[in-house]
Design a binder for this molecule. Sequence first.
Ligand SMILES: [Zn+2]
Ligand SMILES: [Zn+2]
Length: 335
Amino acid sequence: MPLEIVTVPCLSDNYAYLAHDPDTKATALIDAPESVPILAALTVRGWRLSDVLITHHHEDHVMGLGDILKQHPAQVIGHAKDAHRLPPLDLAVAEGDTVTIGGQTGTVIDVSGHTIGHIAFYFDESQAAFTADSLMAMGCGRVFEGTMHMMWDSLQKLAALPGDTMVYSGHEYTIANAKFAQTIEPHNPDLLSRIAEVTAQRSEGQATVPSTMAVELATNQQILFCVQASHRLNPRLEWRVPGMPRSLPRYGDGKTAFDTPKANNIAQMRWNVIATWKKKLESGWWSTKFWILMRAWLVPGTGCKNVPLPIQTRGVPTCLHSPRHLSRQFIPPWP
Ligand SMILES: [Zn+2]
Ligand SMILES: [Zn+2]
């Protein structure tokens, strides 16, 4: 039986998750922002914690752990690379390792970028990916410690998961991400309907996560560009970045989620926007603005949380600061 997953709102906008295996009664906690609501959620259900899976070292993901472990001694699992700055680990893991919650096995995916040593946990039988501050609803975590390339690679790995994977992210940032997304793609119909949906959810105080990978692929510009960059949706959008995997998992009919007329329309629409910008640039439009827009649109991580780009990338060691670099690596030949 798949894991039963409970979302536990914590602090001002964090989410922790309880993942319960009904067969063995094992229960894992994914991240521990705050003890009180998590302990309450366990008590109400009569569950005992067996494991705690930590995604990354940030305070708002670990600071409730001490109090929780006093009442629920459990195995603490985190990234080996981050062991020096995480609470004491019972099991240190790395990319490709497996973790178990009772009878359910999950894979560890290194999704560094937001921090170095951020991991996600993917449970294929339960179709669940706990992505915390890497992939988020309509956005991704801010790139604090890693580079844009790292975040790009991480989103690539997540984008390759099946479309029906539920994406359990670490924060309720959806409305802010949606506002930013809308400035980039004001006419994307999938985006507009999702914005209406999440606005209604938030006005009723509901969580907007989890979402599904398919929904993120249609409306999350950060992840969509990772995928578009490595897949031939449109002959003119065949961008190649060294090291990127070239194929998505295929469904029964041999097609990927992007071999659809709709995906091609979106690709075409975005291409048209690029062509418009190019004309503006050629007609003497303010070129700095062009590059900022272009980069926000193309490079994962730059648009998160509605933070203006100069703030977001300040101090981040990335080779994407210079437009010349950007054009060499990411921009397709002009139409
Ligand atoms: Zn974080
Ligand atoms: Zn966080």
